[in-house]
Design a protein. Structure first.
Length: 368
């Protein structure tokens, strides 16, 4: 059945198109029209070509829809099943995989990373999986090694000189590291004995009902895929350059939809993917104090709290939540989980810069 689609306004050649995937009727406030109205406000305030969101309450996806355009060239409407690269929200999926293997006693969070990747230089011998999952490893890429064409190159990109592999002693500071997170692909493959995508499909995406989620492999044709943009001159948009994500899948190389992302949150909260004990371990505060590393240039503002693979914060009315944002290839994403309130929100906008965390919180504020 084709989802309902409504044209609600037009400015020149850029019409505002709204589409929504209607879920079964449940008792929830606000209604779907109110959420669409809020997405329209966010789109007008930010100038994003398209804004998509999904909301799950008490384990049920009550809304998945979008406003504007998923792709400007052919004026494809944004919807709850539009596929985009989710950037660093990929880290949540990778974290779930690691937690599953820990639950099965196939690895321990305090195992040394080098145990699974022996070719790493000796200078990283004290880095553990927990350090990687909490951005306290100190691992960094060698200068000029951003383009990686094989996993061996990814490992070799760790500086080799005795004093260079780490920015700081593991556990002493916090510095966000996608590079370190990407190494977890090798850990998962080493322990599981299979390919990274095969493991995720069998153990995470499949059980969670994430039917439109996959690795962002450049050669694939992906149905319903949207495009990413950045601001042009005079209020226009231009295509965003695309980064080569080869062997960067674990940290920021997955494709998904807002509908699939809230299904992931629901599956976590319902203990579909791991036991309550493992979920509690993943959500446990790991750092009482975020000590930002500032010795390597400007450092962005750090999170309020760090759990295993998730950032932690409190909203304006004091509710604790877990979240992860992603920003890549002209697309901004956020996944927000309020386990105590059984509320999960995902939001994607195909524009950078765009504050997806702020936009997602504006949706969360509709559910006091």
């Amino acid at each position: 059945m084709t989802p309902p689609r409504v044209t609600v306004g037009c400015l020149g050649a850029c019409a505002v198109v709204v589409s929504a995937v209607m879920a079964p009727i449940v008792l929830a406030q606000p209604d779907q029209g109110a959420i669409l109205d809020r997405l329209g406000e966010i789109r007008r305030e930010t100038g994003a070509p398209g804004v998509m969101a999904a909301v799950a309450v008490e384990g049920t996806v009550i809304f998945a829809g979008g406003v504007g355009w998923a792709e400007l060239e052919n004026q494809v409407p944004a919807s709850g099943v539009t596929v985009h690269n989710i950037g660093s929200v990929s880290k949540v999926v990778t974290t779930v995989a690691v937690m599953q293997l820990a639950e099965q006693s196939q690895l321990k969070l305090d195992d040394r990373l080098q145990h699974y990747i022996p070719t790493l230089p000796a200078g990283v011998k004290d880095v553990t999986l927990r350090h990687v999952l909490t951005h306290t490893s100190g691992l960094r890429l060698d200068d000029g090694r951003e383009k990686i064409s094989s996993f061996d190159e990814l490992v070799e990109a760790t500086p080799r000189s005795p004093n260079a592999p780490l920015l700081f002693s593991p556990g002493s500071f916090w510095a966000y590291s996608s590079y370190a997170f990407n190494l977890l692909q090798a850990v998962i493959e080493s322990v599981s004995g299979g390919g990274f995508e095969d493991y995720l499909q069998l153990n995470v995406w499949g059980p969670a009902g994430m039917g439109r989620t996959s690795l962002d492999i450049a050669s694939r044709i992906v149905p319903r895929r949207g495009s990413g943009y950045k601001p042009g001159k005079g209020g226009t948009h231009i295509n965003s350059p695309s980064l080569d994500l080869t062997f960067r899948y674990a940290a920021d190389g997955m494709l998904s939809t807002v509908q699939d992302l809230v299904r992931l949150g629901v599956a976590i909260n319902a203990n579909v993917l791991m036991s309550p004990g493992s979920v509690a371990t993943m959500h446990r505060l790991q750092l009482e104090e975020i000590r930002l590393f500032t010795g390597d240039g400007p450092t962005p503002e750090g999170p309020t709290g760090q759990a295993i693979g998730w950032l932690m914060n409190k909203d304006g009315i004091g509710r604790s939540y877990f979240y992860q944002t992603g920003m890549i290839n002209g697309v901004s994403t956020v996944l927000i989980n309020y386990p105590a309130e059984h509320l999960v929100i995902a939001l994607i906008a195909n524009l950078l810069p765009f504050d997806a965390h702020k936009a997602g919180q504006s949706i969360a504020g509709m559910y006091p």
